[in-house]
Design a protein around this ligand. Structure first.
Ligand code: GLN
Length: 489
């Protein structure tokens, strides 16, 4: 059986028709993952044994209860290695957690399992989700399935590449400043960052707690709705989750154009953006115009400060969050030390990579007394202005269309020694996180070299359903997901 082009929906119907068993599916995915991991490096861990045991149990459940099966029953899935998984190693892409086997499940993991999914692997990522290329992973970079010399993006690069190459039917990633949408754009898949507070962060290893959000990474919009429906919602274990009811997202993927009103920015906002990316974006806007969807020019005057604001807030929160990795309770501990203080220092020196250290230093500086007002407080104030810009725009339209990235997937090694240019590549994704909004990244064709280009639709807070309707409309009219037929590994 060729599983390489299957998404969640296809797998569900194969299982329902009894054309395949869960055990057969899990085996097929594990074999494929093991075979292709030497090329793509998507997986940090494959938990073959526990996955096969669970698959067998699921087959028994399905057999006994043919009609009452749960929404994801029998679905094999691999997720970003940032979600803690009971009895399965969880590294967050770092040496400091290289041996960490958590005693509990993240809420996202719990919900996937309760819906019937079988987690069979943990996917590569930039260390602590800090990065845009996957090159900051302790476990080595992931390769882009469209061009093995290029980055799949980051930090959820393992997830994006694995979905695009059919090593998993779907995945869950996280997005603090673009880490779902940018790799989705670089790998030609659908990636959604829901509103802040839509999905529980319990058991999701913290990078920047006021920005981090989990979300689905899939082969199409319908799968994205199915997955979101399963993992979203209030969680008493995360006080930042909202009790706003979770709509039946799958009912919203009709793609009704009469529900859509579009906002776009003035063309001069995009100076310096790769012309091929710009023309792909323009084609998307034209497609909406062709269907007589109202398009209004909007202004977001403060987003030009977003990258600066983000790199103060995210590093500050990270410096605080990462203080817990001290070699005492869990994770890596340096082998040689004379006293406790030296143990802390050596553990952190040897356990963290360069980018993580750079950010801890930046964040500690921004929070230090004397600088707190000038940096962290000021950044928080500008963050509010950015959010207000969006709210104002959303009084006129319900969807903002923007490019995801200023460029297509770059070559591995191209930007790694130039952190500033790497940071600037997040310019269109970061404002969305600062404002806590939902956004979905969709393929918008390929450039001359065949590399995917992405476009994002940004929505009002907790209006994921409208966003899914917009994305479904665009997906149907553009046939953008045909791009995945180009991946043949
Ligand atoms: N690329 C951004 C960073 O390096 C965003 C990362 C993320 O969303 N986790 O911080």
């Amino acid at each position: 059986m060729d599983i390489s082009k299957l998404g969640i929906f296809e797998i569900k119907s194969l299982l329902l028709k009894r054309e395949v068993s869960c055990t057969e599916l899990v085996k097929a995915y594990i074999e494929r993952a093991e075979r292709l991991n030497g090329i793509l490096n998507c997986f940090i861990t494959i938990n073959r044994e526990s996955a096969l045991i669970e698959a067998k149990q699921t087959d028994e459940i399905i057999q006994k209860n043919p009609d009452g099966i749960r929404p994801l029953d029998g679905l094999p899935i691999a997720i970003k290695d940032i979600f803690v998984t009971r009895n399965i190693r969880t590294t967050c892409g770092s040496k400091i957690l290289g041996n960490f086997v958590p005693p509990f499940d993240a809420t996202v993991v719990r919900r996937l399992r309760d819906a019937g999914a079988i987690i069979f692997g943990k996917l590569n990522m930039d260390e602590f989700a800090m990065g845009s290329s996957n090159e900051n992973s302790y476990f080595g970079p992931v390769k882009n399935p469209f061009d093995l010399s290029r980055s799949p993006g980051g930090s959820s690069g393992g997830s994006a590449a694995a979905v695009a190459a059919g090593l998993t039917p779907a995945s869950v990633g996280t997005d603090t400043g673009g880490s779902i949408r940018q790799p989705a754009a670089f790998c030609g898949i659908v990636g959604m960052k829901p509103s802040y507070g839509r999905i529980s962060r319990y058991g999701m290893i913290a990078f920047s707690s006021s920005l981090d959000q989990a979300g689905p990474m899939c082969r199409n919009v319908r799968d994205c709705a199915i997955l979101l429906e399963s993992i979203a919602g209030n969680d008493p274990k995360d006080s930042t989750t909202m009790s706003t009811p979770v709509p039946h997202y799958t009912e919203w993927i009709v793609g009704d154009p009469s529900e859509i009103t579009v906002g776009i920015l003035r063309p001069d906002t995009y100076e310096g953006v790769n012309p091929e990316v710009l023309s792909a974006y323009q084609n998307v806007v034209n497609l909406f115009a062709k269907h007589n969807i109202p398009i209004t020019e909007i202004e977001l005057p403060h987003i030009k400060y977003a990258v600066a604001v983000y790199y103060l807030i995210a590093t500050s929160e990270a410096s605080s969050n990462l203080a817990r990795y001290d070699g005492v309770r869990y994770g890596f501990r340096s082998g040689e030390f004379g006293n406790l203080r030296e143990m802390y220092i050596k553990t952190r020196m040897e356990g963290f990579g360069d980018e993580v250290k750079r950010r801890i230093i930046l964040g500690t500086f921004a929070l230090s007394s004397g600088y707190y007002d000038a940096f962290f407080r000021k950044a928080s104030q500008v963050r509010r202005l950015i959010a207000n810009d969006f709210y104002k725009a959303f009084s006129k339209v319900n969807t903002i269309i923007m490019p995801v990235t200023p460029d297509v997937a770059f070559r591995l090694g191209e930007k790694v020694s130039d952190p500033l240019s790497m940071y600037l590549s997040d310019i269109f994704t970061i404002p969305v996180n600062l404002a806590g909004l939902p956004a979905i990244s969709m393929p918008a064709g390929r450039n001359r070299e065949g590399l995917p280009i992405g476009v994002q639709f940004i929505g009002k807070p907790f209006d994921e359903h409208t966003l899914l309707n917009t994305a479904a409309f665009y997906e149907r009219e553009s046939m953008c997901m045909n791009i995945l037929n180009e991946v043949n590994l």
